[in-house]
Ligand binder design. Structure first.
Ligand code: SAM
Length: 278
């Protein structure tokens, strides 16, 4: 997929992503904490947040670096970055700025960041290795990159099964090896190897079990439909009847996760980090 197509899918999803940010941020909280800890962020640091979305993890990093530090939020979607700026303003945080563009093409000064973070972004990039080359150049020697990706379809049925349904209705194959997708970097060892191949040292990873807790399957369906750019993209070019049938089947599937106390689904992410050689 070309950058222009990826940008359009996420531009379309950005208002929905911003609307559901609190739910996504609550779901991701343990992974965000691990990502920030493994990035080794200190007071006064300069941090680059790739594929920031509406920026809940940007603001978490900005709290860590404090007023003397700075966090630059990057995203391919201008509308996402508009939400980052609005959220930073609402939180009275003056240490957040934004930088639009594909992560693979970013032209930032060499050795100008102490840490780089990326939550749920790298696996969706057309060229993750090229993005990591940008990261390596942007980091100061000894600076760390810390990333969150989904693990496997088996550990994330609530993510994998709706995707399979949408692909089947759209008559599209799942992404092949090396192509972007929600599970593109989730196989055991894949992300660690990519970091090592990209020249990072001291690479470590943790798998983090998460629980997606929502009020109901119906609410989860709306979140997927409104916020999830990678899902919306699968059926966006299909006739309306196909889209309706596909989402109706997803709605049925999601009901399996309804419990007497609400919607509960186990999910799993990998948090991996490595340092630029000192
Ligand atoms: C699943 S969302 C994650 C957003 C945010 N990091 C979070 O965890 O809430 C993926 C984000 O990646 C952005 N994105 C996709 N491809 C990109 C690329 N090549 N460069 C920069 N951002 C990209 C999208 O616009 C979207 O905001």
């Amino acid at each position: 997929m070309q950058h222009a197509d990826i940008r359009k899918h996420w531009e379309d999803a950005a208002p929905g992503w911003a609307r559901w940010e609190a739910s996504i941020s609550a779901w991701m909280e343990p992974a965000t904490a691990a990502m920030l800890a493994m990035a080794g962020i200190d007071t006064g640091d300069r941090v680059l947040d790739l594929a920031s979305g509406a920026g809940s993890q940007t603001l978490a990093a900005a709290r860590l670096v404090g007023p003397q530090g700075q966090v630059v939020a990057n995203d391919i979607s201008d509308t996402m970055l508009h939400h980052v700026r609005e959220n930073a303003r609402a939180a009275a945080m003056a240490n957040v700025s934004t930088l639009a563009g594909a992560a693979e093409d970013l032209d930032v000064a060499a050795e100008s960041f102490d840490a780089v973070i990326c939550r749920l972004g790298l696996m969706l990039f057309g060229e993750p290795a090229r993005a990591l080359a940008v990261v390596r150049r942007a980091l100061r020697p000894g600076g760390k990159v810390s990333l969150v990706v989904f693990t496997t379809p088996a550990a994330n049925a609530v993510m994998a099964q709706p995707m399979q349904i949408l692909l089947r209705h759209a008559g599209k194959p799942p992404p092949g090896p090396g192509q972007p997708g929600i599970f593109a970097l989730g196989a055991p060892g894949a992300l660690v190897q990519l970091l090592i191949d990209s020249g990072f040292v001291g690479v470590e990873q943790r798998s983090v079990a998460l629980q997606l807790s929502m009020s109901s399957a119906a609410q989860t369906l709306t979140m997927l439909q409104e916020a999830a750019g990678a899902y919306r993209a699968v059926v966006s070019d299909c006739p309306e009847a196909v889209r309706v049938a596909a989402w109706a089947e997803v709605a049925e599937l999601l009901k399996r996760f309804d419990t007497p106390t609400g919607f509960v689904a186990p999910t799993e992410v990998l948090v991996a980090a490595g340092a630029k050689p000192a």
